[in-house]
Write a protein that binds this ligand. Sequence first.
Ligand code: MRU
Length: 350
Amino acid sequence: MTIQTALPYSIQWKGDHISILNQQALPHITEFIKLQSVEDVFDSIVTLKVRGAPAIGITAAYGAALGAIQEETEDFSLFKEKILGYIQRLASSRPTAVNLFWALNRIERVLQAACTVTEAQKNIVSEAQDIFREDEEICRKIGEYGLSLFNEGDRVLTHCNAGGIATARYGTALAAFHLAKERNFPIKVFASETRPVFQGARLTAWELQQSGVDVTLIADSMAAHTIKEKKINAIIVGADRIAANGDTANKIGTLSLAILASHFGIPFYVAAPSSTFDLSLSSGEQIPIEERNGDEITTIQGKRIAPEGIQTFNPAFDVTPAKLITGIITENGMIRPDYTSNIPSKIKTR
Ligand code: MRU
């Protein structure tokens, strides 16, 4: 079954190239761009043309597939060396979302299991396509579980963009809203703008508007007042990496919202697929946090807003401790605390 949504597929394998929705051009321009080499894919991830943990993983897997089919050598050990180099390059694009490494590990396993160049090329392409297809199905299930948590008329706050454009389709945190719209189940969504690069204002506002979801944009600094005045019932966000104890890295600003949820006594949900769990890490302390260029803070769409020479600190993610998370919605259902005990029964990472 599919969820009816006006959203296009934002990542498409085209046989000899990848077509992606350029998320940097949204919301003003809806354009698809062609990625024709591993370097194009690397660049599109670094510059956030494609972003969101599952989308990064899918695009990198397709990038490795592109590299594989473009390789002309028939010498299998040379071929393997080249593809491992591409995998390494793609893995160096962004450090926090574990879906990137999870997807590239899947590609590497397929490469290692092959015996010839032709076999490896065929299997790598099909593994990347599986990663895409599986994610679409996973997001649909997360949407069902997510929606089951809400009541008609609820007012729900979300942060960043954990939507269809950040995944194969539908999204994680936003999947419930697309599904609610399809079923005429009224939910009012509040989206925080998500400084510094405005995934909430540019992407979530656009995506939910496209789907006809009732969405209201707020600036990040308005969250506490909005929760109180608009009687927000719940907060739901996506994730970039979840440690074995449930500590969750997500877009910078998520931790502040989790603290607010606790203060106001409302549930704080994380929605994420199995591929976002990193059970090799015992706690969130071990999650690498990407720091990006300070220009993202000192300028807005190329226009400088801060004095020249000012020092900046620009972490792209923060870690919300498990104790502030009411539940983690996965494709296998909801995981509740105690996460260290309950995650293993729901999450079997490949
Ligand atoms: O820097 P971004 O835009 O890639 O960060 C994205 C997020 O933090 C999302 O919430 C997360 O990746 C989940 S996307 C389904």
